[in-house]
Design a binder for this molecule. Structure first.
Ligand code: ZN
Length: 476
């Protein structure tokens, strides 16, 4: 007879997505549904003693059902730890999200183990104990988590607990991404709750537009770009070509493009492939230096039915939209290291997108100091990440304990944002009658984007707009 919401992550910040719905029915039966189980990335944003990645804020074994919106690590990255700490229920996701999680969580476990071993080694060298008590989770923790997945297609209402039905709609953000709609019958009434997950864009690219959804009583909405407009999209190919020409043709330098392995990398390859098909791409080597991106590209190739219609048409003429003459997918670490000594211009696409981890850090250490080179940022960098420091204009950054001067040209392109801008978020919510929505919760944003979106939605007639703090409890 009561339904409550508590956000344990992506509250006043953009990572760590975790929203807990608790339902008590008229028999006093209690059900707990967790929406997303994401990892926090970048510097700590909360004033807490314990690392929020090591302290969920709730007891993992008390959760009955976990529902994932999509495979990005800031929405799924703590799943292996949740299971290792006692969660035993089902994990619902779309089929593509399951396939992507399988490779992403393994990769994430590898990074956790590697980073911990690296820190521990450095600490011991300096005669002190490592700062953390072990990696967040290891590769051994991933298979037991994957065994709990149950897939649900878009638009197929599925009862996940007595009185609670889950329906997914395509959010157009990355392959398999979904908005989560729960219909919750607590015995007295039926509450329709919609959680947007991350919302994609209304532009011509690989994936279709976000899909409209049924009237909700409560909406939990992301706000990443709640106060910003993306630049017009027509010029995406032109803009990318301009950067390639300037750095690789004119300067004869290297162009580094840090990119999320899932989504962004495939969108970039799709544009480069189009330029190549049109004979516009200069003949320079393009390296996709990320084993995860290579595996993710394989998964994406297997889900062509989820592409936008115009793209499916293109497949008839060009059966492989992600590769073209000059592209090399480098899986091995040895080949990745060899890229340091590649002479002459090239493009290197590597993860992570926020430049916090992965092979891109090695390339940044090697190439940032050379003014011939360029760094093209194509995605959102959370405050406190290496990417954010570079984009903020730092003249020097610390990478692997070394000071590195930033002399390369720093550029940014917003087209590849997988996130809707503020007008697209408003458009996404325009399927709702604002008078019928009783409450809107804005999450997954920093203060200016949260406040910007609150004002904008307020002007569109939405009332009772809340910006939850971490751990703040709301009765719905
Ligand atoms: Zn995402």
């Amino acid at each position: 007879m009561a339904i409550t919401l508590t956000s344990h992550g992506a509250a006043e910040t953009v990572t760590g997505s975790k929203h807990l719905i608790e339902v008590t029915d008229r028999n006093g039966e209690k059900y707990r549904v967790l929406l997303d189980c994401g990892m926090f990335q970048g510097e700590a944003v909360y004033d807490v003693k314990k690392d929020p990645n090591r302290d969920f804020g709730f007891e993992p074994s008390s959760i009955d059902v976990l529902v994932l919106s999509h495979a990005h690590i800031d929405h799924s990255g703590l799943v292996p730890r949740l299971v290792a700490e006692g969660y035993e229920g089902p994990i619902f996701s779309t089929p593509a999200t399951r396939d992507l999680c399988e490779i992403m969580l393994m990769d994430s476990a590898h990074i956790q183990e590697y980073d911990y071993a690296y820190d521990a080694k450095r600490a011991r060298k300096k005669g002190r104990e490592p700062e953390e008590d072990g990696p967040l989770y290891t590769k051994d923790d991933v298979p037991p988590a994957m065994a709990l997945f149950q897939v649900v297609d878009y638009a197929r209402p599925t009862e996940i607990l007595p009185g609670i039905t889950l329906t997914y709609t395509d959010a157009g953000h990355i392959l398999g991404s979904a908005a989560v709609h729960l219909s919750i019958d607590d015995g007295d009434r039926v509450l329709q709750l919609s959680f947007t997950g991350d919302v994609g864009r209304y532009v011509d690219r690989l994936l279709p537009e976000p899909v409209t959804f049924r009237q909700a009583d409560v909406v939990i909405c992301e706000s990443t770009y709640g106060d910003r407009d993306h630049s017009p999209i027509k010029e995406a190919e032109e803009e990318l070509l301009k950067h390639v020409t300037e750095i690789c043709v004119k300067n004869r330098g290297k162009l580094l493009i840090p990119a999320f392995s899932i989504g962004k990398t495939q969108e970039l390859l799709y544009t480069l492939n189009s330029l190549s098909n049109d004979g516009l791409l200069p003949r320079i080597p393009v390296f996709v230096d990320s084993p995860l991106a290579i595996s993710a590209t394989e998964v994406v190739r297997g889900y062509t039915e989820l592409f936008r219609e115009a793209v499916r048409e293109e497949l008839r003429k060009d059966p492989d939209l992600f590769s073209f003459p000059g592209v090399e997918f480098t899986r091995s670490a040895d080949r990745s290291k060899q890229l340091n000594s590649v002479e002459g211009p090239c493009i290197i696409i590597a993860a992570s997108g926020m430049m916090e981890a992965g092979r891109i850090k090695h390339h940044l250490r090697n190439e940032l100091g050379d003014e011939k080179n360029g760094l093209l940022a194509v995605g959102f960098c959370a405050p406190g990440t290496l990417g954010a420091r570079i984009l903020d204009g730092a003249e020097e950054v610390n990478i692997f304990g070394e000071a590195v001067a930033v002399r390369a040209k720093i550029m940014r392109m917003e087209f590849y944002s997988a996130h809707a801008d503020r007008n697209e978020l408003v458009r996404y919510l325009s399927c709702q009658d604002p008078k019928k929505v009783k409450k809107v919760f804005l999450v997954h944003g920093v203060d200016h984007s949260l406040n910007g979106l609150r004002d904008l939605l307020g002007a569109k007639g939405f009332k009772n707009i809340e910006i939850p703090k971490r751990g703040q409890h709301f009765v719905l």
